[in-house]
Write a protein that binds this ligand. Structure first.
Ligand code: F6P
Length: 323
């Protein structure tokens, strides 16, 4: 390769900028030209592309969001959209692509790579941490720490009023954010999509806490929980325990912003570096994961969702420590 493009696609995640910085600087270090593609595949199809220099990525390692902006692009899922993208890459002489995004963005690259011979390398950037083949995805650590900070604050007011709070966190159809933030904040109940929610169990545990005069209760619910999220859980609790003062808090997009944590900056830098090295070494259509502290190259067409699981050990720890 001699000229590579880099884009961010799908939901943004804190640390994407650190990854862009790593791609640009590693590329330039190796004598490549690096082009920034704006707004993901959308900007690619619209030829919204500019040449980046080492200085283009100065002062961004600490910033959330993405300087390249991002989009969820429908046209790229059509053969016509992908042809247009290919023509633009051809015209510009771009012969390798780095795609920073989640599994949806990787699926777009799979289609593209079946039709055209431009090597694509993926970097897992999503707060949901729902991609198999990597222990980390860029943004999860920041998002989960943001959730922990927010839930700690909620605990203060919950304690002041002796209230039950039902807090909804993001994660699409995975429960990682709920699981990690729930354990770290001492939540009494954690409801995740990967596990059947037995509302009777939740009610019973609240009754038991009430009996023992434990008045502050936090329930952390993943947005994808099959029970239907925090509002539905609150409804069920109110029906069964009308005397319990309950409030709902949906944390929402606060979890997507903010300065990336040290961990997210580290993995973004490492993955960005290895993405470019991969293109130079001639790898095709893989994403760069980290597993057991080693790089793991997973074919993009093998990418699949990883769901969180709560082991029996953790289940026991949560129950004992929240009692
Ligand atoms: O994939 C990241 C994520 O933040 C999910 O946790 C959430 O379900 C979704 O994106 C929200 O998407 P949008 O920003 O388009 O509302």
């Amino acid at each position: 390769v001699s000229r590579i493009g880099v884009l961010t696609s799908g939901g943004d995640s804190p640390g994407m900028n650190a990854a862009i910085r790593a791609v640009v600087r590693t590329g330039i270090y190796n004598g490549l030209e690096v082009y920034g593609i704006m707004r993901g595949y959308q900007g690619l199809i619209e030829d919204d592309i500019y040449k980046m220099e080492g200085r283009s990525v100065a002062n961004i390692i600490q910033r959330g969001g993405t300087i390249l902006k991002t989009a969820r692009c429908k046209i790229f899922h059509t053969a016509e959209g992908r042809r247009k993208a290919y023509e633009i890459l051809q015209r510009r002489g771009i012969d390798g692509l780095v795609i920073i995004g989640g599994d949806g963005s990787f699926r777009g690259a799979v289609e593209f790579s079946k039709e055209f011979d431009i090597p694509c390398i993926g970097i897992a950037g999503t707060i949901d941490k729902d991609i198999a083949g990597t222990d980390f995805t860029i943004g999860f650590d920041t998002a989960v720490n943001t959730a922990v900070e927010a839930i700690d604050k909620i605990r203060d007011t919950a304690d002041a009023h002796d209230r039950l709070f039902i807090i909804e966190v993001m994660g699409r159809d995975a429960g990682y954010i709920a699981l990690h933030s729930g354990i770290a904040t001492g939540a009494e109940n954690i409801l995740i999509p990967e596990q059947k929610t037995d509302i009777e169990d939740v009610i019973a545990s609240l009754q038991e806490k009430e009996r023992r005069k434990k008045l502050v209760n936090l329930i952390v619910v993943a947005e994808g929980d099959e029970f239907g999220g925090a509002n539905e859980v609150a409804k069920a609790v109110k029906e069964r325990l009308p005397q319990t003062e309950t409030r709902v808090c949906i944390l929402g997009h606060i979890q997507r912003g903010g300065a990336p944590t040290c961990l997210d900056r580290l993995i973004a830098s490492r993955m960005g570096y290895h993405a470019v090295e991969s293109l130079i070494e001639g790898r095709h259509n893989v994403f760069v994961g980290i597993q057991n502290n080693k790089m793991n190259y997973v074919p993009l067409d093998k990418v699949h969702k990883k769901k969180s699981t709560i082991s029996d050990e953790w289940m026991k720890i949560v129950k004992i420590l929240a009692s």
